[in-house]
Design a protein around this ligand. Sequence first.
Ligand SMILES: [Zn+2]
Length: 81
Amino acid sequence: MLCGKCGNKMELGEAAVRYTGWGIFFFGASYKHLFYKPKDAGPNYKVAVIKNNQCATAYRCESCGTTTILNDGQERNLIHW
Ligand SMILES: [Zn+2]
């Protein structure tokens, strides 16, 4: 896949929402999703891109840092992370 921002080849990987050790210490291990909301959408519009404890196929551009997350509909647990 080519980067939509700079056109360089992107690296295949996975994206996930996880908490960090310091985050647990300060805020606790809460239930989290990664959401997307279009710029002009209403305040209640949101799409869960990655659900809690799941991961998704993603591509990242090493040149500019752009990351593309694919919504391939697969529910995959983070047991291998
Ligand atoms: Zn790029």
